[in-house]
Design a protein around this ligand. Structure first.
Ligand code: A3P
Length: 301
């Protein structure tokens, strides 16, 4: 039995030798991508997986879902403890310990992942929610993400600070995660267990978007819960509490300099930062890789 076939097989996590790489389907090991966790994760029907591409509103959705689930919780210190990043390595824990920790979370469990549709475990079992965001804004947001990370956090996550915005745009295009991610999720958008929203939809009408999310999940929402969720997932509240959303090093120290990560929260920020040529390269790649209806959905047609 390959690791790919075995995903979702109860008990396999105890039987598998810890260092046998799973099927290549689950990708290569990286501090931010543990194929063993993906191969052995046991999804539940009550799970909700946030499958947003990096910088497209992942953390915002973590906060919205956690607030809907709890009816309003401003006591957590780190969003990752209540809505963990599924595939992230967590040294010194082994992948078995990480999965045992996830198994102990109460239902409904919430996770974030940056995996493609093909690599998301439990994609047929769990509910899936993602926001999509203008790639030009994602690219700019990622640049600031790397610039605002501390040196120790960059090293721990196998990342490097770009020499310039131009170097970043080139590297971002070459890595291509945004294109891979949306290219993989777009064909799945009509699935009953998937809700796709735009970052700009949330910006335009946050209460309306939160009600849509709750209706999709079938979670009852009182006016008080809605009010709490809107307030606690506002940009102002998240910016004022940014240390709760910016992640931590293993020793508990911040991953980002103060004011980083929950940064500007705007649509169209790229207009102030990218050159016409950089923008043209990103849009050209979109036209090469994505279908016309997807471009129209993002307002890129
Ligand atoms: P900017 O860098 O453009 O400000 P992710 O969580 O996927 O990494 O995305 C991070 C981006 O989402 C950042 O964008 C961040 O500011 C933005 N963001 C986080 N919370 C937000 C909120 N409540 N409202 C608007 N944008 C938010």
């Amino acid at each position: 039995m390959t690791a790919q076939q075995s995903a979702g097989t109860p008990g396999l996590a105890r039987e598998a030798p810890p260092n046998t790489p799973p099927d290549t389907h689950w990708g290569d090991p990286h501090p931010l991508h543990d194929p063993w966790i993906l191969a052995h994760f046991q999804a539940r029907p009550s799970d909700v997986l946030i499958t947003t591409a990096p910088k497209a509103g992942t953390t915002w959705m973590q906060q919205i879902l956690h607030q809907l689930r709890t009816g309003g919780d401003d006591t957590f210190e780190d969003i990752d403890t209540v809505v963990p990043w599924l595939e992230r390595q967590r040294p010194p824990q082994t992948w078995q310990q990480v999965l045992a920790g996830f198994a102990a979370h109460p239902d409904p469990r919430l996770f974030k992942t940056h995996c493609t549709w093909e690599q998301t475990p439990g994609r047929e079992i769990a509910r899936l929610i993602l926001t999509v965001r203008d790639p030009r804004d994602c690219c700019v947001s990622f640049y600031h993400h790397l610039m605002d990370m501390t040196d120790s956090a960059l090293a721990a996550h196998g990342l490097e600070r770009p020499a310039s915005l131009e170097a970043h745009v080139e590297a971002w295009l070459a890595f291509g995660a945004w294109f891979r991610n949306l290219g993989s999720w777009w064909p799945q958008r009509e699935r009953d267990n998937l809700l796709m929203l735009r970052y700009s939809d949330l910006k335009a009408d946050l209460p309306g978007a939160i009600q849509r999310i709750a209706a999709f999940l079938g979670w009852p929402v009182t006016p008080r819960t809605l009010e709490q969720a809107v307030q606690l997932s506002s940009f102002a509240w998240m910016k004022a509490n940014s240390q709760r959303f910016a992640g931590r090093n293993a020793d508990g120290s911040p991953l980002f300099r103060p004011g980083g990560f929950i940064r500007k929260g705007q649509t169209g920020d790229h207009t102030t930062q990218l050159t016409a040529d950089q923008e043209a390269r990103i849009l050209g790649r979109c036209r090469q890789e994505l279908p016309a209806d997807c471009l129209a959905y993002l307002g890129l047609d």
